[in-house]
Design a protein around this ligand. Structure first.
Ligand code: FAD
Length: 387
């Protein structure tokens, strides 16, 4: 095994790991960094994500992070120097019950405190935005026209490429087998081919982060779920927002190709005990239930044909927030448990973790409320309800 050295090793080449790599190189001019990815860049949960980017959260910290990240993605080419299409199709949350309507009125008030375009719409106004919806089936919607979509795979690839252009090293097919500590501090990471002597290790291994944590004796409290997506043929509309029906637990959005992606969150698989080999058997029953929900809200979309499907892992914490920052092992940092928001939060997380490594602190958001030790504290951050 050849020995090399680097200031920082990042484990995991998804949106989160590549963003940390990118921000170390661009924001702080640190290029003595190696990113170790066991497969290919973006091959984990990142390539399975829908790519929605929004500020529509319940916790102000996430609203603020969402706004920062929308700005980053809308100006991706200027920020990263690589092309990325940001599709500003908007997020539309339909509601049915009076209780849900009251909840959305409160959220509209919250988003109104920021510089957003979120607004409540009547059923008729909702249908004006997307005519396939049935006005009779809803009480109204919260419409956030300034949210949108990116292609997650391109995000990770672009940030990795931009970082390599700045001198960082990216090793693919490089599975981390061990993280070595000395006197309570990280000392090295080992793959089959290399031992890297390092001062910092960032665990950005997504669903596999607990296994990396175990290498230094740290428990990372995340639960996995498998989320499934059904892809239809072209829907025949020029424009379609990402429509979410939280009461019926499903959402859909249109791809650039005109196909509809439908996700039935009611059919998420929760009994995942090990991310290795976790799989979903998406098929007729999934389609049937997903179509039932789709037809109830948008009868005009009931005759579509399924042309594809896929599933991916999400890593959730009990409060719906990421786990970021230092641990009891000096130099071993976490950037995991992104709870279904990893694409949209990757830019802010990259800024914060790179600041932490270089300056020992960050002012981009209150990272102290998101550290691992919060799980042992009585004074916990309020949960995120729009996870
Ligand atoms: C169906 C679905 C829809 C989603 N939609 C959205 C959305 O609209 N918006 C949003 O923001 N998020 C969404 N998500 C969540 C999003 O996919 C994740 O939050 C995000 O991809 C997490 O990124 P990551 O970099 O932390 O993890 P990953 O992309 O999983 O990257 C971790 C990487 O670590 C690597 N790795 C693991 N073990 C090792 C090892 N030992 N050595 C080296 N490398 C290792 C893996 O190969 C992997 O590439 C969705 C997820 C799913 C499944």
């Amino acid at each position: 095994m050849a020995t090399k050295s680097a200031e920082v090793a990042i484990v995991g080449g998804g949106a989160v790991g590549t963003s940390i790599l990118f921000h170390l190189t661009k924001r702080h001019d640190v290029s003595d960094v190696v990113l170790l990815e066991r497969d290919q860049i973006g091959s984990g949960s990142t390539s399975r994500a829908v790519g929605g980017v929004r500020y529509t959260f319940s916790h102000p910290l996430n609203v603020e992070m969402g706004l920062q990240n929308l700005d980053f993605y809308k100006n991706f080419e200027a920020n990263v120097g690589q092309e990325l299409v940001f599709r500003e199709n908007g997020y539309m949350y339909v509601f049915h019950s009076p209780a849900s309507e009251r909840e959305w009125e409160e959220y509209a008030e919250l988003y109104g405190e920021y510089d957003t375009r979120a607004t409540l719409l009547t059923p008729e106004e909702t249908v004006e935005v997307f005519p396939a919806l049935d006005a009779g089936s809803i009480r109204g919607s919260l419409w956030a026209p300034d949210c949108g979509h990116v292609d997650p795979y391109t995000v990770a690839q672009s940030m990795a490429t931009a970082s390599m252009e700045r001198g960082a090293t990216v090793e693919t097919k490089a599975r981390v087998r061990d993280v070595v500590t000395r006197d309570g501090r990280v000392a090295a990471v080992e793959t089959d081919e290399h031992r890297y002597e390092v001062n910092y290790v960032v665990n950005a291994a997504g669903a596999w982060a607990p296994a990396i944590g175990q290498m230094v004796g740290i428990d990372i409290p995340i639960e996995w779920l498998i989320r499934q997506i059904m892809v239809t043929d072209e829907i025949g509309y020029d424009r379609c927002p990402l429509v979410i029906d939280r009461e019926n637990q499903f959402y859909f959005e249109m791809e650039e190709t005109g196909s509809l992606l439908v996700c039935d969150m009611g059919q998420d698989i929760h009994d995942v005990t090990d991310p290795e080999g976790a799989a979903a058997d998406i098929g007729y029953n999934y389609y049937l239930q997903a179509f039932e929900k789709l037809e109830g809200l948008a009868p005009a979309l009931g005759d579509l044909e399924v042309i594809n499907d896929w599933a991916g892992l999400q890593s959730h914490t009990d409060d719906g927030h990421a786990i970021l920052g230092p641990t009891s092992v000096d130099g071993f940092l976490l950037a995991c448990g992104l709870s279904g928001h990893g694409i949209m939060q990757a830019p802010s997380v990259g800024v914060a973790i790179s600041d932490l490594i270089v300056k020992g602190e960050t002012d981009v958001f209150d990272l102290n409320s998101l550290t691992l030790d919060r799980f042992d504290s009585d004074d916990r951050i309020e949960p995120e309800l729009m996870a």
